[in-house]
Design a binder for this molecule. Structure first.
Ligand code: PEP
Ligand code: MG
Length: 569
């Protein structure tokens, strides 16, 4: 059987399906027979013991490589050993005669409610841990094996409805061969992380969880978007050859990876990297700057709001690793598809058009101030610049800049060191800001274009929804005209402008971006080699003519056809 989806991270894989669903356990009110309470208490104690040893194993596996994540499981063990919880569980089974799973559910629910009502976000964050531990116990009581993505069987192709960014961030990279999801488009965060980790991925496969069974052999062709379920020997062999071929092509491009990016006519292009963690390990020669540090992953991987000191440490680590190369720190961009387990975000009908990113920071001034303090203090340790996401107007820019000034004043009063000249810039990803790019350029030190959101808002097509993927056109003449306007406005003012959306790492778009005048591309590490290889074959004068012609075409399809037939070397 062949299934079709959108290829969102290139590669070819042959492996076994690993079906992943966050389980929801339904627990009914039920009581044990009188006189059998002790027997049921024994099975609850056994479940507690098993949960504890599962957590021990998880901690041991993560301690070396990812000590921060190991800490989460250490906290879960503390919950399991909590005297009050154990006492209440015992009472529920032995005295009230509750069935063990009903006892677990009612005791944990009580604690979750109690703690969830506490105002302090650090304490309220514990509810996510309590829910997790409760789920673990219920699963063990039901006799089911543990399923998460941090420890996968070899050669697993993860099949899921959708993956949370935190699922993808903690995925077992040594054993995952590919990802298939029902939801998500090329600009979803799952896709971005998959590309960052170089995991072949296909998104938008309808009803995939109903069609594919756990353990089924699959060929995942994330070059065409085709998935073969239970392939015959011939198909398997062909997949192995295609994967080999893809690897060789990549190896060819990789010859360019550590060289400076220069076009065929000798124009230097700066290459930036997009990172989501302070543990990135991109070779120093491969890039010129960190064009996008998505700080929200620090928040998403933690079980509490990161403190000022925790953030400072993380930002310093990034600066240290970048060894003097400029780092663009983007302030918290949460909301839309990115949530925090410990923070209640407003329930909105259109979250991508709601209070996300900078708007949310304006509402939570403490959170915003803490991040700005950490960022500015980090600026004393290396060339850091601050960038605001989701800027829609000059008011937004002025309000964000005022927050920076206020924090600088605080730090001065406290005699804390920071760089007074820290650059302040914005992401241009809302069309309203793009159209007035000339005015934006007056207000800021630099800008970076977020083409993922810009295309979503310009085309009014949800970047996550496979059903609207055909309307999401990041190379349409409309996009090209808007991009041209932004680049020209910034160049006229002599201010730096880059692109850090996925378009910058798309080899098909490189000619257009270079032709529209872009000289700073920022992308996931996996795109660097190929973009440098493509740029090396481009003549910028001819690319300029190509971009001019494409701006005058009528449709994205025409643009792509024109590019396929006319390589401006
Ligand atoms: C963008 O919108 O292009 C961007 C880089 O930001 P994110 O993908 O994190 O929304
Ligand atoms: Mg964005």
């Amino acid at each position: 059987m062949i299934l079709k989806g959108n290829p969102v991270s290139p590669g070819v894989a042959l492996g076994e399906a690993f079906l992943y669903q966050v389980p929801v356990y339904e627990v009914l009110e039920s009581y044990v027979e009188k006189g059998s309470e002790r027997k049921y208490m024994d099975s609850l104690e056994l479940a507690l013991y098993k949960a504890n040893s599962e957590l021990e194993d998880l901690m041991a596996a993560l301690m070396e490589s990812e000590p921060d994540k190991a800490k989460i499981f250490a906290a879960h063990r503390e919950i399991l050993g909590d005297e009050e919880i154990l006492e209440m569980l015992k009472e529920a089974v032995e005295e009230e005669g509750k069935h063990p799973d009903f006892a677990v559910k009612s005791v944990f629910d009580k604690f979750i409610e109690l703690i969830g009502n506490v105002k302090d976000p650090l304490i309220a964050a514990r509810t996510a841990d309590l829910k997790d531990v409760c789920n673990r116990l219920l699963r063990i009581l039901k006799g089911e094996k543990e399923k998460n993505l941090s420890s996968l069987p070899e050669n697993s192709i993860v099949v899921a409805k959708d993956l949370l960014p935190s699922d993808t961030a903690t995925i077992d990279r040594a054993h995952v061969a590919g990802i298939i999801t029902e939801a998500g488009g090329a600009a979803s965060h799952t896709a971005i992380i998959a590309r960052g980790y170089r995991i072949p991925a296909v998104a938008g496969v309808d009803k995939v969880l109903e069609i594919i069974e756990d353990g089924t052999t699959l060929v995942l062709d994330a070059l065409t978007g085709e998935i073969t379920v239970s392939p015959d020997e011939k198909k398997k062999k062909a997949a192995v050859l295609k994967a080999e071929d893809f690897k060789n092509q990549k190896a060819e491009a990789e010859k360019f990876e550590s060289k400076p990016a220069v076009t065929a006519d000798g124009i230097k292009v700066e290459i930036g990297i997009n990172i989501g963690t302070d543990k990135f390990c991109v070779p120093f020669e491969n890039y010129d700057f960190v064009g996008l540090f998505r700080t929200e992953f620090l928040y998403m991987e933690s079980n509490h709001l990161p403190t000022e000191e925790e953030q400072l440490e993380s930002y310093k680590r990034v600066l240290e690793q970048a060894k003097g190369k400029p780092v663009t720190l983007r302030t918290l961009d949460i909301g839309g598809d990115k949530t925090l387990s410990y923070m209640q975000l407003p329930k909105e009908g259109n979250p991508f058009l709601g209070n996300r990113a900078l708007r949310l920071c304006f509402k939570h001034t403490d959170l915003f101030e803490t991040q700005l303090r950490a960022a500015l203090r980090a600026s004393a340790f290396g060339p850091l610049q601050i960038m605001f996401p989701m800027v829609g107007s000059i008011e937004d820019i002025r309000r964000a800049k005022a927050a920076v000034l206020a924090v600088k004043e605080q730090l001065r009063r406290e005699k804390q060191s920071f760089n007074e000249n820290t650059g302040v810039g914005v992401m241009i990803e809302i069309p309203a800001a793009a159209v007035i790019a000339d005015l934006v350029a007056e207000e800021v030190d630099f800008a970076s274009v977020g083409t993922n959101d810009l295309a979503q808002y310009l085309c009014a097509a949800d970047r996550m929804n496979p059903e609207t993927a055909v309307y999401y056109q990041s190379m349409s003449p409309a996009m090209l005209r808007v991009l041209g306007t932004i680049f020209e406005a910034f160049h006229r003012k002599g201010k730096p402008v880059s692109v850090c959306g996925e378009l910058a790492g798309d080899p098909e778009a490189a000619v257009l971006l270079a032709g529209l005048g872009l000289r700073k591309f920022s992308m996931s590490e996996s795109g660097i080699a190929q973009i440098k290889a493509v740029l090396a074959g481009i003549n910028t004068e001819k690319a300029r003519e190509t971009a001019l012609i494409c701006k005058q075409l009528c449709t994205e399809k025409e643009v792509k056809e024109y590019l396929a037939e006319n390589t401006p070397c």
